[in-house]
Design a protein around this ligand. Structure first.
Ligand SMILES: [Zn+2]
Length: 1126
């Protein structure tokens, strides 16, 4: 498109008049213009006290609300039910009218969703007008459908800034004089149903909504346009900093418009609009979207429409499904009216909901995607929390997300998108690149309440050295209103203008607000028109994608070389509720594919950024728990089916039929890739009492035995065994009334007067608790300033109470396990803890020490209190180490700078460790993610109790475990990561009735790693592109995910046992796109091997192709391929 710069038009100060025309005499008052008074005056032109005479009074030419023209019928769906369009249409509707109330919201037996049949009769005299609208305001959210069920647009009722209540009636219907639509309204405002207008209070279940409007209206479009003109002029006046000519011109123009306007004389509106051209340029309005083709070549601000829809937050998932349909239908409609409009949306789950629940709308969205106007972004299943999910779960977010986008729309995303996630793990850059994306958009760090993040556009370098090009919009929001202030902030707040001078403007109302409003698109056209003539406002563009924006940043910055780097995690300071809620359950067993994927989809959905961290309302957790329960059930079933396939017949020790089993062999299946020893509990009731011969220790009442299981090979099987020569019995000693000592050959712990007073490394005779200090449970006050569940403010550390273990008794006396039983009563809560020590070490690494295990059962009823476990250590280091996805991070133990102070509670996965040269102590965790280390005190956060937005957060019964693990050598020389994996992956123990029937017993472990103790095999799964419908026609593939866990290089020999017929091995990315082919080496015992080189924290995915097509036996599982052994 050619650029038309036009310099014709106005003659500002005619050259015909010479200075001679300057009058000689002057008898006028000549008052000095008082700028602020004029500015104040602008507030009276629209609405307010003078709305019956100012511009507001002219906005509508007609308004008809009688039942003769607007006929309404309603059917209220029972309770919380959410019937489909088809179901709703089958119901009996009854007449209703404007002014009636509906509700209450979200209460069973009442009604949440209401369906309306609207029949509008349009008088013929309305045909003459440019636009005829139906205005529908139920005070809540709603969606308009055609009579055959296609969603047309969303409605946001009420009187907030997000109000969107008008629906344009198609001209053909106006001509025909008849228009029929169907509306579904839902009794929740856009922020759920907040209490007292405080958006983070728990929902008010009894809120009613009133049908405020159901009117046929004719807007006076010229008046509306003048209103938008005037709004832009006001913004120019108010938002441009300093004293500039544009700002003054906008003000005098707006003032002149007020002088020109006369109610009752439509010509004055036209006259006023002409005046606005002083600022926007002559004839700007007629150019429409073409205004973006004029003016400077390079735009500084890139506008992209967006609607941040929280997949759940102050409303449950089922409400989100409606929000998605409402918002996206609205945007598809706006695209038809504003050709420059582009809209980007993330979260494959939301697209999938649309596909399942609103197929006609999904087709419309698909068309817009094809036209390049609707842009999927992010490449992930949901906008997930990035702190707590495991490495594999983060990988699956991208794998399932990208595959969904590719399968439905033929495109992958190029930009990762997490603007609202609370803190971002340093593992992300590598995973983003491995998911075939180069770019990353975020924003949430601008919430930091202690430090200001120093960059806007930068290379974000993850823990392994992988970079991703990152933009954090200087506009400081992903729900911008597209105002002059936003545009200006895009430049003035940009922190790297020296190396990149463009910014993203991500605008549109989030959640129920439905995305960009018409007035935002109108405002942007005017702002652009102004920018085409004036250098005092940055030029904004439209019509592009986020990917294109990043392409330009990459090009301008010489592929990022001109940009600053930021290394490691992007730390969000307000937070953190890691102690809360759920344990992440993962099943590594991959069959059948679809059932496994269904489980993953549910887990990934629950990892949404307001669900997993605990910042949503209680109702959301009811849904989440239901999904987790389904996943748990299905996961158990899948595991059971798999075990039936490999060990048949066998039975799980947890199975009630165990009672009837008299004979059999205990076999443990090790899902980790480390050799291990375990102590497992064996039920000894009923016939199973006979199994007593296989256990080493029995409980006092004889109902439970402890068996020692030995698994000498990585990834292999464990068998019951007796005490080893190197496995010295563990003991417990009671000295006096309140003094207990748990001890084995490597470590010793003393509990005295309810506190841990001593922790000794027996071999080194080293006391690890400083003189006079004690460890144990502790309660902190938890009263953050505002964002209750979001913030754990630094001041909570200022107030605390140490709790003592009471009622201590000996629960087990060895030789395999010794244990103490203790109770803590605090407030309304009871905490029961078993502290145990086993005879075996934490791992089979040489010199490994044993850990002390703490199993807690808590009945929690505290409010605004935070339960932690702490251990003061005689160890000094400026940094402590915490596990993150596929690696670890170090964070300071001191408060040297404000950046350090901000990290008072941090996220860690399976361990947190404080080490110095020669020694360290770790806390292992299986379900808690909040840790801290201040000075020499290492803490794990166990439970908290915020009261908003979920009034019942963490209330009730809990069971969880942690462990204290001393280790010789610094963390980097220790077995802490291995012990943490074992702690989280208990052995699967089965009772095999007939060992002859289990082919797996005779094979070696499928995979093993040699020469690289720092490399971990994390995941084994089937290939994404395998054909799961038939088993024997294509070559099945097995995909392995490995990573380097300590932060250094490794050269691993990855061995594949001979019974797995691998014919090809390739490296792939997360999406399993094939890369470099690996050499398959033949080793001694007929097994194959590949060499794998790693750098610190590198994640590698290896795809193995098995056998020849057609050559494989018809089996469900590659593990069961029992080829005769050579
Ligand atoms: Zn959000």
């Amino acid at each position: 498109m050619a650029h038309h710069h036009h310099h014709h038009g106005h003659s500002h100060g005619s050259s015909n008049e010479s200075s001679a025309a300057y009058p000689t005499l002057n008898f006028g008052a000549g008052a000095k213009w008082i700028k602020h008074l004029t500015k104040d005056r602008l507030g009276t032109f629209n609405g307010g006290h003078f709305s019956d005479v100012n511009l507001s009074s002219t906005l509508y030419a007609h308004r008809i609300d009688n039942q003769e023209h607007v006929k309404l019928e309603v059917w209220s769906a029972p309770g919380l039910s959410k019937p489909s369009f088809e179901e709703a249409m089958k119901q009996k509707f009854k007449p209703t009218k404007k002014g009636e109330s509906f509700g209450p919201s979200w209460v069973c037996r009442a009604s949440t969703n209401h369906w309306w049949k609207v029949s509008i009769t349009i008088p013929s005299y309305l045909e003459q007008y440019e636009r005829v609208q139906f205005e529908f305001d139920p005070g809540c959210e709603a969606m308009i459908h055609t009579t055959d069920g296609t969603p047309l647009q969303g409605i946001t009722g009420g009187y907030g800034g997000d109000r969107r209540v008008e629906h344009i009636i198609p001209p053909s219907a106006v001509k025909a004089g008849k228009y029929e639509i169907v509306i579904e309204s839902s009794c929740n405002g856009m922020f759920g149903v907040p209490w007292n207008g405080d958006t983070i209070a728990p929902p008010d279940m009894n809120r009613f909504f009133q049908l405020a409007s159901a009117d046929l209206v004719v807007p006076n479009m010229e008046a509306w346009n003048l209103m938008w003109d005037f709004q832009t002029l006001r913004e120019l006046t108010d938002s441009l900093p300093g004293n500039t000519s544009l700002q003054n011109k906008a003000l005098t123009t707006a003032n002149a418009i007020m002088n020109a306007f006369e109610k009752g004389d439509p010509s004055t509106i036209t006259e006023a609009r002409k005046l606005a051209e002083e600022v926007f340029g002559e004839g700007w309005a007629k150019k429409g979207a073409k205004i973006y083709d004029e003016g400077p070549e390079k735009a500084r601000i890139w506008g992209i429409g967006h609607c941040h829809i929280d997949t759940a937050w102050l409303w449950p998932y089922r409400v989100t499904q409606q929000k998605v349909a409402r918002s996206w239908s609205t945007q598809v409609d706006l695209m038809d009216r504003f050709p420059e409009h582009r809209f980007t949306c993330s979260q494959a789950q939301q697209y999938k909901w649309l596909e399942q629940l609103y197929p006609p709308l999904f087709e419309r969205v698909k068309e817009k995607i094809k036209e390049g106007k609707f842009h999927p972004v992010g490449g992930s299943w949901v906008e997930n929390d990035s702190n707590m999910p495991s490495g594999e779960a983060l990988a699956r977010q991208f794998i399932l997300g990208q595959r969904y986008f590719e399968s439905r729309f033929g495109v992958r995303c190029k930009t990762a998108w997490l603007p609202d996630s609370f803190g971002l793990t340093g593992a992300l850059p590598q995973l983003i690149r491995l998911a075939d994306m180069d770019y990353f958009f975020t924003q949430k760090l601008s919430w930091n309440n202690i430090n200001i993040f120093p960059h806007s556009t930068f290379n974000w370098v993850g823990i392994d050295g992988t970079q991703v090009l990152c933009h954090m919009t200087p506009v400081d929001t992903y729900t911008a209103q597209a105002t002059v202030g936003d545009i200006n902030k895009g430049v003035t707040n940009h922190k790297n203008l020296e190396s990149s001078d463009i910014s993203l403007l991500v605008f549109g109302n989030g959640d129920g607000g439905g995305g960009p409003l018409e007035k935002m698109l109108e405002n942007l056209r005017r702002i652009r028109a102004t920018g085409n003539h004036s250098r005092e406002i940055p030029v904004v563009n439209m019509g592009h994608s986020v990917d294109e924006f990043f392409d330009v940043v990459a090009k301008d910055s010489d592929a990022g070389t001109k940009l600053p780097n930021w290394s490691g995690e992007l730390y969000l300071e307000v937070l953190s509720t890691f102690a809360s809620l759920y344990k992440f359950h993962k099943s590594d067993y991959v069959y059948p594919n679809e059932r496994i994927n269904d489980c993953w989809e549910k887990v990934l959905l629950n990892q949404f950024h307001d669900v997993l961290p605990g910042s949503a309302i209680g109702m959301v957790y009811d849904d989440a728990e239901k999904l987790y329960a389904e996943v748990r059930k299905e996961g158990d079933a899948l595991i059971e089916e798999a075990f039936k396939a490999i060990f048949s017949p066998s039975v799980s020790l947890a199975d009630p039929v165990m009672k009837s089993k008299k004979t059999g062999t205990l076999v443990g299946f090790n899902t980790t890739f480390f050799p291990r020893r375990d102590i497992v509990e064996v039920p000894l009731t009923g016939a199973a009492t006979r199994l007593r011969s296989q256990v080493v220790q029995t409980s006092k009442d004889g109902t439970v035995g402890l068996a020692l299981m030995d698994g000498p090979t990585a990834g292999g099987l464990s068998y019951g065994t007796g005490m080893y020569a190197d496995c010295k019995p563990v003991s417990v000693t009671r000295l006096g009334e309140d003094h207990f000592v748990l001890k084995n050959a490597s470590v010793q712990l003393t509990v005295s007067e309810g506190r841990i007073t001593s922790l000794v490394d027996v071999a080194l005779e080293r006391e690890l608790i400083p003189e006079g200090e004690t460890g144990g449970l502790v309660i902190f006050d938890d009263r953050p300033n505002y964002w209750d569940a979001w913030d754990v403010e630094v001041h909570h550390l200022e107030k605390y109470k140490k709790l003592s273990f009471g009622n201590i008794s000996v629960a087990a006396e060895g030789p395999l396990r010794a244990a103490l039983k203790a109770e803590v009563k605090y407030g309304q809560s009871t905490i029961n803890v078993i502290i145990s020590l086993d005879a075996i070490p934490a791992s089979l690494k040489k010199n490994s020490r044993s850990f002390f295990r703490f199993d807690a059962q808590v009945d929690w009823h505290q409010r605004h209190e935070f339960l932690k476990f702490e251990l003061p250590l005689d160890i000094h280091n400026d940094n402590a180490t915490y596990e993150t996805q596929f690696g670890h991070v170090q964070r300071p133990t001191h408060k040297n700078t404000t950046w350090d102070i901000a990290k008072f509670e941090v996220c860690g996965h399976k361990y947190a460790d404080l080490s110095e040269f020669g020694y360290g102590v770790a806390i292992l965790s299986e379900s808690k993610y909040g840790f801290s280390c201040r000075g020499n005190v290492l803490r794990i956060s166990l439970l908290r109790a915020a009261t908003a937005p979920d009034a019942e957060q963490d209330q009730g019964k809990h069971e969880f475990s942690w462990a204290v693990m001393p280790h010789q050598g610094h963390f980097l020389e220790s077995d802490v990561p291995i012990a943490a994996i074992l702690f989280n992956s208990p052995l699967h123990v089965r009772l095999l009735e007939d060992t002859a029937e289990a082919p797996l017993l005779k094979t070696k472990p499928g995979f093993s790693i040699e020469g690289a103790p720092n490399v971990v095999l994390e995941t084994v799964k089937r290939g994404l592109d395998d054909d799961f419908s038939k088993h024997d026609t294509s070559a099945p593939t097995v995909v392995l995910r490995l990573y380097e866990a300590y932060g250094g290089h490794a050269q691993a020999t990855f061995k594949i046992a001979s019974h797995i017929p691998v014919v090809k091995a390739v490296l792939t990315n997360l999406l399993e796109d094939e890369g470099e082919e690996l050499n398959l080496l033949q080793t001694e015992n007929a097994s194959l091997a590949v060499k794998l080189k790693f750098h610190g924290f590198e994640v590698k995915t290896v795809k193995l192709t098995l056998g020849k097509p057609g050559a494989l036996p018809k089996r469900d599982s590659w593990v069961t391929i029992d080829k005769p052994r050579a």
